[in-house]
Design a protein around this ligand. Structure first.
Ligand code: WTA
Length: 630
């Protein structure tokens, strides 16, 4: 499908994609290498729900990300790896080298008995071996399940158990700025509770001392020596599983979103090329971690299937100083730069000299993702990084959607600060009111749903199709409910206003309030807790916990510190509450339901406006909470 170069091109492609979605996607899918063509483009039913794309099609995504590029691009850099320490040398991995490394890694996994359909748990820092491992899984038809290497042992246990993984690929440790994280130690702790894991492959990266359990643990560097670089790709059905990736839900248990091979490949590739207006030879950097969907779709699969040069960055934006991003842009002559609002907001606070001392003239397109971007951050990004000449592509999407849904198209869509703008071709949004009716027309506000399938949508929650249906297809029957609220302005432009459920987005990371609550109650002195989000300058939203204690010890701060530690240990440091208020009761209805609406208002500092509290069991508790608000 032709590149979109103007707003008219967009309108034309959008129209085609709505009038005949099957023909539209078949044309795009036809540009890939299939072992066998599909018999039918689409079958779907959002009531069951069931969605299948490219039915009967056979392929391997790695043949599209690697092999098909080799005739023209063997020597082109596929991945630039920028290490944590800028004094260490960056690696330039060519497509030829990528092919060999993935082949070896795939053979190493095979030698350990990994086969098609097995779920491989991957707990690695942002090093090239993370990319090799994912592509190696895809090569042999194993399903990767990446756990972000900032998550705790408990999170690892939940994900390993839910996916039924029997093998874990990890490293001795990972670097993040001046810190070293002992990943193997966390894996060892987790595996005490995962008796089915019989193999751990450990990549030596930080040279952190890692005790190896005989019969279970193997060193990557020893095993990789035993295998060769040729690994034939497994033939996969378009609807075979490619990966599972966990995201937070409204209950404590994370949801294993399932993505399949064919549709995911077609859609991530199309959206990458289209939204960023990617041009042959450009160098692209997405600063996300591969532990999140953004890294899966837009560090690896989208860019590599497009034959781009994609950057993997191991470090953090603040180390050794706040110029780190800008220095790397200059060093690698980045053309397309994609980051998160939370990063922009913290970079904005640093002296502007960190930006000005670097040559950013290679930049052509900027992007943002993960949470609504506020106008101030948008303007700062535009002026100081894009120098007023780079479009900002504000991509709205989700782990569940697999790829961009609502987003401007570089050089085609007229931008508006803080607006994700318009749906990409193939995406059919519908805004609903609370009684379940679609709100037509413009200048409206409501809940965002999608009424027609797109190729990269998640097919189910691993092992729990009922939950998939209940979470996404029951609130508005026949439509996919995103969990987000939005406005549609007079031009039909969408502005995402944030979550309307019990998920809060802290520094771009989704956290379920129930998940944090259950972590806090693990502290021995906690009776009950309720968690809400509140606006935060840099993180976008932060965690506010109302906590009832068994008995009140002398020092509140010590106790707060302990509670934060408990959460950090159970979920990970990102989930630590910023504010912890001790209360003697929570505002509950007579049926025992916590009225979070009231707590949200208190957390936002808007106590004058609590609304109706007459249905509460004990209205007096509200006065106490108001008086003690932090
Ligand atoms: C939010 C990340 C506003 C939204 C790709 C969504 C955004 C959730 C944007 C998914 C954006 C993501 N503008 N909000 N550009 N992008 N969100 O699953 O609330 O980690 O539902 O996927 O992030 O987060 P997830």
């Amino acid at each position: 499908m032709g590149t979109i170069r103007s707003f008219e091109d967009y309108q034309e492609q959008y129209k085609k994609s709505i009038e005949d979605p099957e023909a539209f996607w078949a044309t795009i899918a036809g540009e890939f290498q299939w072992r066998k063509k599909w018999n039918k483009v689409l079958e779907w039913d959002f009531h069951k729900p069931e969605v299948k794309w490219f039915i009967g099609g056979k392929l391997n995504i790695t043949e599209n990300c690697i092999d098909r590029h080799l005739p023209q691009r063997a020597k082109q850099t596929a991945i630039i790896w920028e290490p944590n320490n800028p004094k260490d040398e960056a690696l330039h991995i060519t497509y030829q080298q990528l092919s060999e490394e993935v082949g070896k890694t795939a053979n190493m996994l095979k030698a350990q008995g990994v086969k098609k359909g097995d779920r491989v748990c991957v707990y690695l820092p942002m090093i090239p071996q993370l990319a090799y491992t994912l592509l190696a899984c895809a090569r042999i038809g194993a399903v990767h399940s990446v756990v972000f290497a900032g998550f705790s042992a408990k999170s690892l246990i939940d994900r390993i158990t839910d996916a039924g993984s029997t093998i874990v690929v990890t490293a001795d440790g990972g670097f993040r700025g001046d810190k070293t994280i002992n990943l193997k130690g966390i894996v060892d702790e987790a595996l005490e509770k995962c008796p089915d894991v019989s193999r751990v492959i450990v990549y030596e990266h930080t040279k952190t001392k890692a005790p190896m359990k005989v019969g279970r643990d193997l060193w990557w560097h020893e095993e990789i020596k035993k295998v060769n670089a040729q690994c034939p790709a497994e033939e996969m059905d378009a609807e075979d599983l490619l990966f599972i990736l966990y995201t937070s839900g409204s209950t404590g248990k994370p949801k294993g979103m399932v993505h399949t091979c064919g549709g995911y490949m077609v859609y991530t590739n199309y959206t990458f090329r289209t939204a960023f207006n990617y041009e042959e030879g450009q160098v692209y950097w997405c600063t996300a971690d591969i532990g999140w969907i953004t890294g899966h779709s837009y560090i690896l699969y989208g860019p590599l299937s497009a034959g781009a040069t994609t950057v993997m960055f191991e470090g953090v934006p603040s180390w050794p100083d706040w110029g780190r991003f800008w220095q790397a842009i200059e060093r690698h002559k980045i053309n397309i730069f994609y980051t998160a609002p939370t990063a922009i907001r913290s970079l904005e606070k640093a002296p502007i000299s960190f930006v000005e001392s670097h040559d950013l003239s290679s930049l052509k397109v900027l992007g943002t993702v993960g949470e609504p971007i506020n106008e101030e951050a948008w303007n700062w990004y535009d002026k100081n990084i894009g120098k007023g000449k780079c479009p900002i592509i504000d991509t709205w999407w989700q782990t569940e959607t697999g790829g961009f849904m609502i987003s401007p198209i570089a050089h085609a869509t007229k931008l508006k600060p803080a607006f994700a703008t318009l749906p990409l071709p193939g995406v059919q949004p519908a805004v609903m009111n609370e009684s379940g009716l679609e709100i037509k027309g413009n200048n409206i506000e409501g809940r965002l749903t999608i009424k027609f399938p797109w190729p990269s949508m998640a097919r189910t929650i691993y092992g729990d199709h009922q939950r998939f249906k209940d979470t996404y297809f029951s609130t508005f029957p026949g439509k996919y409910f995103t969990g987000d609220g939005c406005k549609r302005d007079e031009d039909g432009y969408y502005r995402i206003t944030g979550r309307v459920d019990d998920i809060i987005i802290v520094s771009g990371h989704n956290l379920g309030t129930a998940e944090i609550e259950s972590a806090i109650t693990e502290h021995k002195n906690v009776v009950e807790t309720a968690v809400v989000g509140f606006p935060h300058d840099i993180k976008g939203q932060a965690v506010y916990a109302f906590v009832i204690l068994h008995d009140k010890p002398g020092n509140d701060e010590t106790l707060r510190g302990e509670i934060r530690e408990t959460v950090s240990k159970i979920i990970g440091p990102i989930a630590k509450p910023d504010k912890i208020q001790f209360v003697s009761g929570l505002p509950k209805t007579r049926s025992g339901k916590i009225m979070r609406r009231i707590l949200r208002k208190v957390a936002e500092g808007d106590t004058a406006n609590l609304g109706d509290t007459s249905t509460l069991l004990d209205p007096a508790v509200v006065d106490e909470i108001k008086a003690g608000a932090l």
